[in-house]
Design a protein around this ligand. Structure first.
Ligand code: NAI
Ligand code: MG
Length: 334
């Protein structure tokens, strides 16, 4: 039994986490859940959105399945998601996007995995006002050789171990010559260690166009934080949106698997929540803990459900069912 920390989260988090846990149990995943709290619920109950016990449990057990957490707008606490990424140095945000059967999309044969650098770039919020009138602002981007190398190596290692043919590095080195220029330079150097993997680089605006014109040409993609944020949502959009794509945040010690969507308070408690995004994240988790055969079985059951029993799916993907009918259909197809 592998111990895995489980945070159900806020809003629809409870429903989708229950659905995913049930499917994993029925698929005979060897997991012992360690339940922990975080988010708005934890804040209201325990006075902290990220209690010390939760942090200690993640540090000890190293693997986390996390439902969406509500971050209050304006006042209140800062994002727990960001805090977790920083605390455990989860530098690799990994977002697969793969065409699914029966999901409405003009794009076919998409099968790409985006590696987003999670700790640096323009995204870190190093901003300040230049003048007292606040009519002039500046933002600083940080890129280091060390952080670039570890994410780029992670992308190449993934390509090697997942039978992928190509790594595409995305940058804007023609304009941002120092920061994204460094990222590109490190990429070109690291690529020499992986002769069996094809390497190419693309400028980010061209990449955006290519992704909607010929998305099938991409395999593994690696890029800096802000570009990765935008392009990974774009990639999700190619295959049906945030409700059907999973994500992993990996560090050298800990790994967090989460749905990319939020807590959807508008549909919470109504049985409309699609657990598929968290389910795909849990398949990445199973692979991470050495239970890939079980992940494959569940994956087949999801595909079968989409093809044969789409009516049992949730309304967001054109079904007529509920969280529960989808969950049962996947279990029946196992
Ligand atoms: P959201 O992703 O929660 O919802 C956007 C829209 O998508 C809503 O109409 C919602 O009903 C729908 N939706 C989302 N997930 C769905 C699912 N699994 N099945 C069916 N429909 C789904 O984004 P929103 O409304 O901007 O944020 C709500 C809360 O979630 C906020 O407090 C925000 O901070 C938090 N949030 C948390 C994230 C995380 O924990 N990783 C990520 C994004 C937002
Ligand atoms: Mg984003």
């Amino acid at each position: 039994m592998q111990k895995v920390v489980r945070i159900a989260g806020d809003g629809i988090g409870v429903e989708i986490t229950e659905a995913v846990s049930t499917i994993l149990e029925q698929a005979e995943a060897h997991i012992q859940w360690i339940d922990a709290k975080a988010g708005l619920g934890a804040f209201e109950e325990l006075g902290s959105p990220l209690p010390d016990e939760t942090v200690a449990a993640i540090r000890e057990h190293k693997v986390l399945l996390k439902g969406p957490l509500t971050t209050p707008v304006g006042t209140g606490f800062r994002s727990v998601n960001v805090a977790l990424r920083q605390h455990f140095d989860l530098y690799a945000n990994i977002r697969p996007a793969r065409t699914l059967p029966s999901i409405d999309s003009p794009f076919k044969q998409v099968d790409m995995v985006i590696f987003r650098e999670n700790t640096q770039g323009l995204y870190i919020g190093k901003e300040h006002w230049v003048n007292a009138e606040k009519t002039h602002a500046e933002s600083v981007a940080v890129v280091t050789e060390q952080a670039s190398e570890r994410i780029i190596r992670a992308a190449f290692e993934y390509a090697l171990t997942h039978d992928r043919q190509k790594v595409s590095l995305v940058h804007k080195a023609n304009i941002l010559k120092f920061t994204t220029g460094l990222f590109l330079e490190v990429g070109r150097r690291v690529a020499k260690d992986y002769n069996s993997i094809e390497f190419e680089d693309l400028i980010v605006d061209n990449m955006a166009m290519q992704m909607v014109m010929r998305p099938e040409r991409f395999d593994v993609v690696v890029t800096t934080n802000l570009f990765g944020d935008i392009l990974s949502d774009l990639a999700s959009g190619l295959v049906g949106g945030l409700g059907v794509t999973g994500a992993a945040n990996m560090g050298d010690e800990q790994a967090m698997f989460e749905a990319v969507h939020g807590s959807a308070p508008d549909i919470a408690g109504q049985g409309k929540a699609n657990p598929m995004a968290l389910l795909f994240s849990s398949l990445m988790l199973l692979e991470h803990i050495g239970q890939k055969n079980i992940a494959n079985n569940i994956s087949k059951a999801i595909y079968k459900t989409l093809v044969e029993k789409k009516v049992y799916c949730t309304p967001d993907i054109g079904g007529k069912g509920t969280t529960q009918t989808f969950t049962q259909a996947v279990i029946d197809n196992l």
